[in-house]
Design a protein around this ligand. Structure first.
Ligand code: ADP
Ligand code: MG
Length: 584
């Protein structure tokens, strides 16, 4: 039974397996390695995951959810039609889809996985990820930090392996992670991690939409869900088109509402201006990673990872910052998944990977609240594990009673860098009984162990011998908990769309999205396409159906190009080349 590696991304999720001596990406039913992390609830209560679901962000925004990874580890509920879900529940649906595709592709049962998380994910977010896997029926063999996975893959695939210090910048849809990695022979050591869990390509789309509204005198908050998702989608496509074009490329974003047509035309120069505030935040994160690393010394290489790292204006920005253009190796958006696949291979004890060693560090400091005296009501932090400590890390400290005959010592556990406990994220509490005595006489020894998955175990032993320990899991969910069982029940009842018609579903959803976005003659044309396609699907034979799929794909692609083109870039004069060709 294979262990698979899963890159559970904000925008896309990928699966990878280690076999025949290499990490191999697993295609989904559509033949793509990337599955959109988008979930949509259908009218019949089944759930669509992936590209077809993404189309429904525009046609059915109320019953479709995307980018929910940014809410992992929070109490936020996300509604899909009449039901609402926790972020980890939506993630579990994505995992279910990935798993279904992997089982199909590999032709064997799969129920164990290595899953990657942003290095900068805190304890709640990591626990929520483990929970998502659990709800999907997966056992997590390990959580690995995304940039570490990328570094592992990069290093493993390099021919010559001299000692080097690299910086991995993972700029995805919703998160930024920057890691410093030292490589020495077969040892890969992560020495510093910095990041921002709310910074990514989505913010660029958002900046474009905000600019669009500003230029057209529209208020973002007043736009309906359909208009907004259509704008976000166009913004993303425009951004990608610009990074695939050159300095002269012009792309439009258009919105038709109440007979008014609003538009803006974007260029790379303008995009760069819109991105400036976002890039400033990126710079701050890079600089923090540099300051935190264990050893000084120059960086030999900057490795770009993540979809947003393909942005031309981003690479330009980094070139100005570093004085050298960072090299892009392979597909930036597949690197993490390949690394997670390698990691799965290590877990399976693949022969060739045996001498590969990777160490990681803790992204946040961990400690307990400590009081100056019995009247102190604004405790500060006593850190037991400092950020950037190598994993697994373990440390202990003694804490004494503050008043005479105090009966117990209570420890509140926090994660973060703030001086005062209240400024940090509370992870849990632990209490031990102490024997009677004078203030400062009795004490408890608290031990923190941060494991290789980046999950914290805390224990306390009092001078009276009372011993308590606890794995800091998301306090909402303890294993065996009723709520967990109920969530499991709920998720296992949800059916994923049946295999074998994903492609048809995608074509139909795309057509319906274009129908919603278009007006006039184009709209009628899309309607005809839909009718023809559905008719063939019901009554055509296999060949007929395949032909109609091909035709549909071609027609939709052409309409799509028309939709996103700058009207002035389209053939303008009546006597253009095509007409002439026709005349010949
Ligand atoms: P995740 O956040 O799931 O890890 P990725 O690393 O694949 O996802 O990054 C997704 C982001 O990359 C999205 O915001 C997407 O718009 C952006 N993106 C994808 N391809 C390109 C491209 N060619 N140019 C610019 N941005 C891109
Ligand atoms: Mg990613």
């Amino acid at each position: 039974m294979a262990i698979i590696g899963i890159d559970l991304g904000t925008t896309y999720s990928l699966a990878c397996v280690y076999r025949n001596g290499r990490a191999e990406l697993i295609p989904n039913e559509l033949g793509d390695y990337k599955t959109n992390s988008v979930v949509s609830m259908m009218e019949d209560g089944s759930v669509l995951v992936g590209a077809a679901a993404k189309e429904r962000l525009i046609t059915h925004p109320e019953s479709t959810a995307a980018s929910f990874k940014v809410w992992m580890g929070t109490e936020r509920m996300i509604s899909l039609g009449k039901k609402s879900f926790k972020p980890e529940e939506l993630s579990s649906l994505v995992l279910k889809q990935i798993l279904q595709d992997a089982r199909q592709y590999l032709g064997e049962p799969v129920d164990e996985a290595v899953i990657s998380v942003p290095a900068y994910f805190n304890d709640n977010q990591r626990c929520a990820t483990k929970l998502a896997a659990q709800l999907a029926g997966l056992t997590v063999k390990r959580l690995i930090n995304e940039p570490s996975a990328a570094a592992l893959y990069y290093r493993h695939s390099m021919q010559e392996q001299g000692d080097s210090q690299m910086m991995v910048i993972d700029f995805g849809g919703g998160t930024l992670d920057v890691s410093i990695v030292e490589c020495f022979e077969n040892i890969i050591e992560i020495t510093a991690i910095a990041g921002d869990n709310h910074l990514g390509g989505n913010d660029i789309d958002c900046a474009i939409v905000a600019y669009f509204c500003g230029q057209n005198g529209l208020t973002m908050e007043k736009l309906d869900a359909f208009a907004l998702s259509s704008l976000y989608r166009q913004a993303e496509e425009a951004k990608i088109a610009l990074s695939q074009g050159d300095m002269d490329t012009r792309v439009s974003v258009v919105l038709v509402q109440d007979d008014n047509k609003y538009s803006v035309t974007l260029t790379n120069t303008l995009l760069r201006q819109l991105c400036e505030p976002i890039f400033c935040k990126v710079r701050a994160v890079i600089s923090r990673a540099m300051k935190d690393r264990a050893r000084a010394g120059r960086i030999n290489e900057v490795i770009l990872v993540g979809g947003s790292a393909q942005l031309t204006v981003f690479c330009d920005y980094l070139e100005e910052l570093f004085g050298r253009r960072p090299a892009v190796h392979g597909n930036t958006d597949e690197m993490v998944a390949l690394g997670v696949g390698l990691c799965a291979g290590i877990k399976e004890r693949a022969e060739e990977l045996q001498d590969l060693v990777m160490t990681d560090v803790c992204p946040f400091s961990l400690g307990v609240a400590t009081y100056n005296d019995a009247r102190d009501n604004n405790p500060h932090m006593a850190f037991l594990i400092q950020r950037s400590s190598m994993l697994p890390a373990s440390h202990q400290d003694n804490f004494y009673t503050l008043s005479n005959n105090q009966q117990k010592l209570r420890f509140e556990i926090f994660q973060g860098e703030g001086y005062y406990a209240k400024d940090n994220l509370k992870l849990g509490e632990l209490e031990v009984r102490v024997p009677p005595g004078m203030a400062g006489q009795q004490y408890a020894t608290v031990t923190f162990t941060y494991d290789i998955d980046g999950i914290l175990h805390v224990s306390a032993r009092s001078s009276g011998g009372d011993y308590r320990e606890r794995m800091i899991l998301n306090s909402r969910f303890q294993p065996g908990d009723m709520a967990l069982r109920q969530a499991h029940e709920r998720i296992s009842q949800i059916q994923l769309a049946a295999r074998g018609n994903q492609e048809d579903q995608l074509l139909l959803e795309t057509a319906m999205r274009l129908y919603a976005q278009m007006t006039g003659i184009m709209r009628e044309q899309v309607a005809k396409l839909i009718q023809y396609f559905e008719w063939n699907r019901e009554s055509g034979d296999l060949i007929q159906r395949e032909k109609s799929r091909r035709e549909m794909r071609k027609q939709l692609a052409a309409i799509e190009i028309y939709l996103y083109a700058d009207p002035l870039d389209l053939d303008f004069w009546a006597d253009d080349e095509e007409d002439r060709e026709d005349d010949e």
